[in-house]
Design a protein around this ligand. Structure first.
Ligand code: HEC
Length: 104
């Protein structure tokens, strides 16, 4: 019995550790942003090209602060609809943080 409990606990801890190891915003980004902004922020997806989304490497996007990007995502920008009713503040923040990892 005790050994089983220990194994079960071990599995829970391992699963939790895996969740934390992943980029926190990666899932949100892949589900909600990638189709337009591309797998690595370059807007090279069909929808990204069709909507003429700027790649994150574009000087006008690159210069934005994290706060400005959060505002753009929350309230919408150009053809991008606001995400404030679709995602929590935390999800927007994490998705933007993940988006910004493509700048490095
Ligand atoms: C339906 C397509 C679409 C989706 C989905 C989408 N965007 Fe956008 N996004 C755009 C367009 C179009 C713009 C307008 C500016 C441009 O041309 O880049 C934009 C602009 C932005 C900007 C302002 C900087 C810039 O590129 O001009 C940020 C930051 C941004 N999006 C982040 C996100 C994040 C984070 C998500 C997911 C939560 C997301 N977007 C989802 C199409 C999209």
């Amino acid at each position: 019995m005790k050994i089983r409990t220990a194994i079960a606990l071990g599995a829970v801890i391992a699963a939790t550790a895996t969740t934390f190891a992943a980029e926190p915003g990666a899932d949100t980004y892949k589900a909600k942003c990638q189709m337009c902004h591309g797998a690595s922020g370059l807007a090279d997806s069909p929808a990204g090209k069709a909507m003429k989304v700027k790649p994150i490497t574009d000087p006008s996007v690159k210069k934005l602060t994290e706060a400005e990007m959060i505002t753009a995502t929350t309230n919408g920008e150009g053809k991008m609809k606001p995400f404030k009713d679709k995602l929590t503040e935390g999800q927007v923040k994490d998705a933007v943080a993940y988006f910004r990892t493509f700048l490095k």
